[in-house]
Design a protein around this ligand. Structure first.
Ligand SMILES: Nc1ncnc2c1ncn2[C@@H]1O[C@H](COP(=O)(O)OP(=O)(O)OP(=O)(O)O)[C@@H](O)[C@H]1O
Ligand SMILES: [Mg+2]
Length: 312
């Protein structure tokens, strides 16, 4: 598979203090490859190094060591810039421009002619859910969520092949988040690769194909989200849902299975076991008691658990 983002041993030390003598390591030898056509979640708690990485990829700051390539170009190569989009964390623009003017300005920067720029502006401002009444308002009068939406629209004006979104859902209300979630999913459908940082777990679960988890500037885990959530062998358990039989009637038999647990449900019961080989035993017990099987599922570790585990 060909990676369209290649990050190799990236390290970043911020120099702090008046004499810039003290160093803070924000990113520590990060190596990561991202393939095209997907939504890639770049995860980590506050201060983990997500924004630092994205800023390096955008050449807004420079790495202390290591390098990176996007679409095969070194990140310092401006030719690549035409083909990507970027929405910063807490986007902040020229206060006295209106949303429409800002979009037209970025359109021109990317070499779109006026007509095309106007068409993309209107299409994108609509898509990100900004009401037409606010298109001609100065950005200083915008709320946080409105600025976030404008930033997102701006990052898409050149129909980028890859778009880098730093916390795209921050500042949005629940409806706004759902709208932007749908917009991001649509982008992928149309072939855009999305590289997004976030710590909102439900958004990650709903959107991301692959993820990388950063912890204190280091890569703590990377891979397919599904695999990361199931690969915890020792924690793996199975949940058996049954109906037409009460938990009371099963209690005796189920309590004999090591590591099992039983929960009463309105229409039946849920039995949790840790050994796959005990499934038959449970099913026989249920059948004998006159119950029916509804479902058997492996219990996945939740993303929250994974996140916390890697954060330790
Ligand atoms: N300009 C700077 N000068 C000094 N240290 C910085 C600077 N920017 C970031 N850092 C430090 O680098 C580390 C990583 O910060 P970064 O902003 O990349 O984290 P993040 O993962 O984006 O966090 P958040 O989820 O809060 O946005 C932090 O310890 C932070 O304090
Ligand atoms: Mg950040």
């Amino acid at each position: 598979m060909n990676s369209i983002i290649e990050i190799e041993n990236l390290t970043k030390d911020y120099e702090i203090g008046f004499w810039k003598k003290k160093k803070v390591r924000a990113l520590d030898n990060l190596t990561l490859n991202v393939e095209g056509g997907q939504i890639f979640g770049f995860l980590g708690g506050n201060g983990a190094g997500k924004t630092t990485t994205i800023k390096i990829l955008m050449s807004l700051i420079f790495p202390s060591a290591g390098n990176a390539r996007i679409l095969g170009y070194d990140i310092s190569d401006v030719k690549m810039r035409q083909r990507i989009g970027y929405c910063p964390e807490n986007p902040y623009f020229y206060d006295y421009l209106t949303a429409r003017e800002l979009m037209m300005y970025f359109g021109e920067l990317f070499g779109l002619d006026k007509a095309k720029s106007k068409q993309k502006t209107e299409e994108l401002l609509t898509k990100v859910g900004l009401e037409e009444a606010s298109w001609n308002k100065q950005l200083r009068k915008f709320s946080k969520g409105m600025l976030q939406r404008t930033g997102l629209a701006q990052s898409l004006i050149n129909d980028p092949e890859i778009v880098f979104l730093d916390e795209p859902m921050s500042g949005l209300d629940p409806i706004g988040r759902r709208e932007i979630r749908e917009l991001i999913a649509d982008l992928r459908k149309n072939g855009t690769t999305i590289f997004m940082s976030t710590h909102i777990l439900s958004d990650i679960e709903a959107l991301c194909d692959n993820v990388a988890i950063l912890r204190k500037g280091k890569l703590a885990a990377a891979g397919k989200l599904d695999d990361l959530l199931t690969s915890q062998g020792e924690n793996q358990s199975f949940e058996i849902n049954v109906k037409g039989v009460s938990a009371e009637n099963l209690q005796n038999a189920v309590s004999k299975i090591a590591g099992s647990s039983l929960t009463a449900k309105p229409s039946g019961a849920t039995i949790q076991i840790i050994d796959e080989n005990d499934v038959d035993k449970v099913l026989q017990t249920v059948k004998k008691a006159g119950g029916k099987l509804v479902s058997i599922q492996p219990v996945k570790q939740s993303l929250e658990e994974l996140f916390v585990e890697k954060e330790k």
